[in-house]
Design a protein around this ligand. Structure first.
Ligand code: GDD
Ligand code: MG
Length: 372
């Protein structure tokens, strides 16, 4: 089965994590984000993937390779200018086999939805396109889908305004997981920027557009720091079925063999190779330490992601935040409240960073520069 995965967005909402790396390959727990999608799709029979890239395909290809390790074929296509979600699909038309149905996916969803069930329903319905659907409390950032009882789609409202929600009592949104027939390509003009959400789905209403409710599935668009952190916690807690669960085991704790830990590690936690945790330090719960992270004496790291090679000084408080690769948080500094510290940042002693502050790669904050 073939899948086209859209990875052409700039990932601006996840900066500074995406300042130097494309969103699909930023690290989530212990592997590039996209690896979760590939492992999940492999489990549903996908063995041939075309990545539709906007910019920097080389960085995505470097991280994911040709797919041999996953027993998949991975190909990378770069569109000359951003074509939008349908234009990007049209651009790879020639690589899609003439005879079959295929999947299309947004490249930023962490999920364990039952795609096999979605394909089976698509076949039963004789659908042209079947959208995977998940329930949310607030649909304003998504594509809202209204269906009949027989799951034919009545309306598709991308990023609905509040007045469009009147009379709707529960919200099913498009999960960015599509089963498509090749006929969908006929609705997309070539060589143009076309949005599948705004221009194709509305035209297919009543013409073979169906929704498949992914009941009981985990689903998260990891495109903001809050959701990236929540996705991390959900992987650590086993709320989503992923390959990480094996390493975490029954005690929800994965600590690499060579870790030197004198302080406490409280599960769920994932501690990578080469980490050092000094006496009196407290790591966990809900913590990821990447490879080669150092946590100083008496420091506290909780509900946080600290990526490869970062250093947390003695007595620091690092909670509810993301610390990028090789960042240095010096003695006694506090990072909390959704802060995102970019790679190679230096946070000097006595800084207090909070309230979702984003510090861009390479920045050096002198001692006491910022106190929230
Ligand atoms: N190749 C290519 N070219 N890819 C693109 C382009 C483009 O011009 N524009 C966006 N993409 C990719 C993004 O990289 C992402 O993987 C996917 O298409 C969706 O774009 P987002 O920017 O993440 O859209 P969104 O999250 O606001 O909304 C979309 O996803 C929601 C679910 O998360 C829509 O499809 C909604 O309907 C949906 O509910
Ligand atoms: Mg998105």
């Amino acid at each position: 089965m073939q899948a086209v995965i859209l990875v052409g967005g700039e990932g601006t909402r996840l900066r500074p994590l995406t300042s130097r790396h494309p969103k699909p390959v930023i690290t989530l727990v212990d592997r590039p984000f996209m690896t979760y999608m590939l492992e999940w799709l492999r489990g549903h029979g996908v063995d041939d993937v075309i990545f539709s890239c906007g910019f920097e395909p080389a960085k995505i290809e470097d991280a994911l390779g040709d797919g041999a390790a996953l027993d998949m074929r991975l190909r990378y296509v770069r569109e000359p200018t951003p074509r939008g979600t349908a234009g990007a699909l049209k651009y790879v038309e020639e690589q899609i086999p003439l005879d079959g149905r295929f999947l299309m996916l947004n490249g930023d969803v962490l999920t364990d939805a039952d795609v096999s069930g979605q394909i089976a329903q698509h076949e039963r319905d004789g659908a042209t396109a079947t959208l995977g659907l998940v329930g949310v409390e607030d649909p304003s950032a998504y594509g809202l889908v209204l269906c009949h009882g027989d799951h034919a789609v009545d309306r598709f409202l991308e990023k609905p305004a509040p007045n469009q929600l009147e009379g709707v009592d529960h919200y099913l949104i498009s999960a960015g997981i599509y089963v498509l027939e090749r006929a969908v390509l006929d609705l997309v003009p070539a060589g143009q920027n076309v949005s599948i959400e705004r221009e194709v789905w509305p035209r297919l209403v009543g013409q073979g557009l169906f929704g498949y409710v992914a009941d009981g599935a985990y689903w998260m668009d990891i495109g903001t720091p809050e959701r990236y952190l929540q996705g991390t916690f959900d992987i650590l807690e086993g709320n989503v079925r992923t390959g990480v669960l094996e390493a975490l085991g029954d005690d929800f704790l994965a600590v690499a063999d060579d870790v030197q830990a004198q302080g406490r590690i409280v599960p769920p936690a994932h501690v990578g190779p080469g980490c050092t945790i000094a006496a009196g330090a407290h790591v966990g719960s809900l913590v990821v330490l990447g490879a080669g992270v150092t946590v100083g004496a008496g420091a506290r790291v909780e509900r946080a992601v600290v990526l490869d090679g970062a250093t947390i000084g003695a007595g620091c408080e690092v909670t509810d935040c993301i610390v990028g690769p090789r960042a240095r948080i010096e003695k006694g500094a506090v990072v909390r409240g959704g802060a995102v510290i970019g790679e190679d940042v230096l946070v000097g002693e006595g800084n207090v960073l909070a309230a979702g502050i984003k510090v861009f790669p390479g920045t050096e904050l002198p001692p006491g520069a910022i106190k929230f």
